[in-house]
Design a protein around this ligand. Sequence first.
Ligand code: FCB
Length: 447
Amino acid sequence: MTMQRDLDMTSLKFPATFEWGAAASAFQIEGAAREDGRGPSIWDTFSHTPGKVLNDDNGDVACDHYHRWQEDLDLLASLNATAYRFSIAWPRVQPAGEGAWNERGIAFYDRLIDGMLERGLAPHMSLYHWDLPQALQDKGGWGARDTCARFADYALEMGRRFGDRLRSIATHNEPWCTAVLGHQNGQFAPGLRDAKLANQVSHHLLLSHGMALAALRASGCKTPLGIVLNQAPATPARNTPADVRAAENAYANFVRWYMEPIFLGRYPEIEGRPLPEIHDGDMALINVPLNFLGINYYTRTWASTDVPPVPAPMLMGVSDMGWENYPQGLTELLLRINQDYELPPIYITENGMANRDEVAGQRVPDHARTEYLRSHLAALSAAIAAGVDVRGYFYWSLLDNFEWNSGYAKRFGLIHVDYETQARTPKESAHWYRDFIATQRGHRKGG
Ligand code: FCB
């Protein structure tokens, strides 16, 4: 171990109870798309529609996690991790999104959760990481208000089945993506392009979150409940009134649109954006206390009104997604939201980068990812030192996986996956993370 590495690891001190983990989601890793009674989801339909996903990749096999979950949990535990963030595939446990429960699908998550507990990994479960049962999409999907009630029923049942073994339950993962990428830009399932619908979907997602919390709490569920939002600070490219306004507008659409209903009980007023259809009582349902807030942070939003736009400086490098590495954005974001709202404890539920990784011998020298991880942990530690209550960090992702419309082309994992053989190879960043966590937990350093 080099001196530099030692210095990096010991100069940062996270709270003793801080949780260390990695995140993944059902559709991106499980595969077994037609096994044990699983129903189709909107991502099965979308990825099997030619031209929607790069190389026409799909989730039929993915990382075959459905069969290899024990090895995957062993790998996560071998990194000294204390927590795992995963999601339930709704169509695996309730194939039509309403009515009958699929016991074989539920048994998979029973095994998975017990497997986490056996390995000392706290289970953090997300209910919705984008794989809506296709049968509900056929009835209008998130554009239909009735889907909110279906979601609350599903949440209640998952709480009943698994709640007492979970460290947390998140309702939605990144509702902005579902609304905008799924219903406005058409880049994600269900692939619609309708701004008015997308605006209504954003409301239904928040409403379904509130309804799920109400149902779970009424049932006596004691598991900490929250939501996971993707967020970023917005930087004006130049200090002109137009760029400053563009940045504030972008931040309002991305961050405030979701935070204000939840924490203040109202939507922000945004130039050019109408309110969705809101029924009496909706805002009160959405504006209920959370036990935690999950934040996913990847990069900042860069706002330029010049034509052509002034490019972001990319001083800290850029990922294979083309996203700027901007670690201080994590500090900026956390300080701003901490000032603007009364927040519950925060988890960083995703943070990571795609890199063009290749296996050389038994090694995957992903130096850029190690640097991304190290610099973002330093930025996180700065936010904690400034008073933000952050309880845990989940790297995205445990494994290389199905990166939505980028298919298998973009690799975010700490662990490399060879999709031909399903061989898993921990990357150098995984070794670094393992040693970093060991130091934080006061262990002897990993080998
Ligand atoms: C987030 C998603 C996650 C993954 C990362 C790269 O938006 O929640 O599933 O795709 O981006």
